[in-house]
Design a protein around this ligand. Structure first.
Ligand code: F6P
Length: 345
């Protein structure tokens, strides 16, 4: 079999580990993995990369993706579908393993339904918001980066009696903020899934200070809204533009929140925005292991002819679900926020 492998959407640590694992599994069974460069563009434009033993050697620990990535959508690009059909006619692939987020899974499902292309999806994202799987690879690395940042902020916050606001990514979910917040011992966490007013956060900080704690760490998810006791709500965005998938470009709530908290509490407040540091660099051991399991499972599904599915982690088991079940985003299990609240104030 000739099996295309692509990475689409935003990169995340562990993509190369999946590429390596799926390729090695296919190669060991006598099949030919083919790298498709820049997501679905590589399929449409036959932009291929050799994924032989040598091609996937030395990449397990590398961040980013050796295949490059893009948000190319054959259903939206002019002649996109025709190009995919033509590519398949000239240089057919027997299956495609698409590593991506929610949007990629949607495109992958449509290609399977409308072109009859045998496909397997592998969920990736630092946001951990893909439905149908418990954890995506990349998430653990991002949590670790954010936790390290909180640890570093603690020492400088304590030295200056300051409030430190840390803005983390996560798009419209609070997985990253809550996991890093618990691991780093945050004093307040603001996420999109649950409203917490500026006044409530300020009161928590002030009661902490009254108990003799002269510094506080506040973690805020980029997609959270700034809300006030009088009912006013504000979503802060990096710009009015949307990204190539039509999502708003988030960012900036950290600075806005810091201004509001300083004004209300009177405590000196600083803000740190982690941005793409959370996505770059080497994956943690946990992510390498998870990505390897995802990749091998994807190759096994292809070889078994069980396509039209997304590989999924359920508990500790690697399994798969039909792609049509991958809809909407997976918001955080609020029990984690309850756990975090035990340590607030
Ligand atoms: O989905 C991953 C993610 O890093 C989000 O957390 C963030 O909102 C977004 O991508 C940033 O996208 P871009 O790299 O296009 O700025």
């Amino acid at each position: 079999m000739r099996v295309g492998i692509l990475t689409a959407g935003g990169d995340c640590p562990g993509l190369n580990a999946v590429i390596r694992a799926a390729s090695r599994r296919l190669l060991s069974h006598g099949h030919e993995p083919v790298g498709l460069r820049r997501g679905y563009r590589g399929l449409a434009e036959r932009d291929h990369l050799v994924l032989d033993q040598r091609g996937v050697s030395g990449i397990l620990q590398l961040g980013g993706t050796i295949l490059s990535t893009s948000s190319y959508n054959p259903f939206r690009e002019p002649q996109g579908l025709e190009k995919v059909r033509a590519a398949q006619a000239v240089d057919p692939l027997d299956a495609v393993i698409a590593i991506g987020g929610e949007h990629t899974m949607m495109i992958t499902r449509r290609l399977s339904e409308e072109l009859g292309l045998p496909v397997i999806g592998v969920p990736k994202t630092i946001d951990n918001d893909v439905t149908g799987t418990d954890y995506t690879f990349g998430f653990d690395t991002a949590v670790q980066v954010a936790t390290d940042a909180i640890d570093r902020l603690h020492t400088t916050a304590q030295s200056h009696d300051r409030v430190m606001v840390l803005e983390v990514m996560g798009r419209n979910t609070g997985w990253l903020a809550v996991f890093a917040g618990i691991a780093g011992g945050a004093d307040a966490i603001l996420i999109p899934e649950l409203e917490l007013t500026v006044e409530e956060i300020s009161a928590g900080i002030m009661s902490r200070h009254e108990r003799g704690k002269d510094f506080s760490i506040v973690v805020v998810a980029e997609g959270a809204e700034l809300s006030f006791a009088d009912g006013e709500r504000r979503q802060v965005r990096a710009s009015e533009e949307t990204d190539s998938y039509g999502y708003p470009r988030l960012g900036g709530i950290g600075a806005a929140l810091a201004t509001e908290l300083e004004r209300r509490t009177g405590y000196e407040t600083r803000v740190t925005t982690l941005g793409h540091l959370q996505r770059g660099g080497t994956p943690t051991a946990t992510d390498r292991l998870l990505a390897t399991r995802y990749g091998v499972h994807a190759a096994d599904l292809v070889m078994a002819g069980e396509t039209g599915r997304m590989v999924a982690l359920h508990g500790t088991e690697m399994t798969s679900i039909p792609l049509e079940q991958v809809t909407g985003i997976k918001t955080i299990d609020l029990r984690y926020l309850e756990l975090a609240k035990t340590f607030f104030g």
